[in-house]
Design a protein around this ligand. Sequence first.
Ligand code: HAM
Length: 422
Amino acid sequence: MKRIKRIKGTQDILPETSFKWQYIENTVRKIMVRYGYHEIRTPMFEMTELFARGIGQLTDIVSKEMYTFTDRSKKSITLRPECTAPVMRAYLENNLGEARPVQKLYYISPMFRQENPQAGRLRQFHQFGVECIGPSAPEADVETILLGLDIYQELGLTNFTVKINSVGDAESRINYKARLKEFLEPHLTRMCHTCQERYDSNPMRILDCKNESCNSILSDAPQIIDSLTTDAREHFNKVLSLLDQNEVEYQIDHRLVRGLDYYTFTAYEFIGGGLGAQNALGGGGRYDLLAEEIGSKKQTCAVGFAAGIERLIMAMEEENLLPQINSGIDVFIATFGGETQDAGFKLARTLRKNDISVHTELMGRSLKAQMREANRSGARFALILGEEEIKTGRAALKDLLQSEQKEIALSDLVDEILKTRE
Ligand code: HAM
């Protein structure tokens, strides 16, 4: 029978890699606490409508990348492709705004998009992200950027850039779309098929096109910054001024529009230097109109970002920043089978109750094979327990790190091992 394999675009995260994930996740959680964020966990799947209305019907995500299925009760369900719409749904559904005017929420979760897999682009990928719901102030936008920067800095990452733009409010966008379409019209026949399609449906997304001939036309396109309303311009200026005051280096990218429709005012991305085609480490912005899109009667201001963990790992590997696996095993107990194996098994339990990590032999192998296993396991010590040792209550404790050996009383074992941790 054919062996069943994992689904294209998914990954098994094996022990030597999950160790790196834990390191990143722990760092993320540490910085989240520093900024006063609390974790939120929303379901892995939602009603399809949440994403269709929240992210936008015409976006790539909704029109061609979602894992959507009909369940037994004929409801259309979608595996979440992102977490901003679910977090806003949860915020509204649980009346979180009543409890606190500012809710700072974070998540570290898998997301699902049926994209063409390549380096840094998967079908199940993982994001850490934040959503700051409540404030309209530009300080909130900048706080999320600083938080992202602090995470990357804490992890030692240096090769990345912050790109920022304003996509304005609804009025700015109406003005801008009209100007952009006027500019594009005479060039349209020379533009790619996707751009031609987007001309009517979503003209601002044309700015995102990577096609060379479109690119050269777009380099002279009008910039949204010149179509911003006074409110939107003031907001953007304050964001830039706060970034300057906090000594954040950034590039204004007039063509940064993002691939999700819910953004208003600030849009930004963290771009990795050595990542090739999939170089967006993370991205986000303000989304003051999303709550109403998904059925709220009241406008709810919000800003946030999400960042890909797989891409972060690639970037950290480039800069050699990831730690090596540390087994955390204190002692390997080697025995000679029979009664000695039972005694070793029991001793392991006593040690574990004293917060000591222990490996015991589970395959009934020779002493030589067990010592090889002890070295392979990364254990700091090996303890050889034979009939004589059990009778006398004394055994050889071998320090595998220092290649030293000393005889100790088994009753002193816990203290001996804990001493080496001090
Ligand atoms: P996004 O730009 O779609 O934004 O995704 C954020 C990050 O997730 C990307 O910059 C990238 O690092 C990672 N990512 C996206 N797709 C994939 C993929 N197929 N494989 C690997 N990594 C991927 C959002 O998801 C918004 N919800 C961000 C946000 C939060 N905006 C406001 N709040």
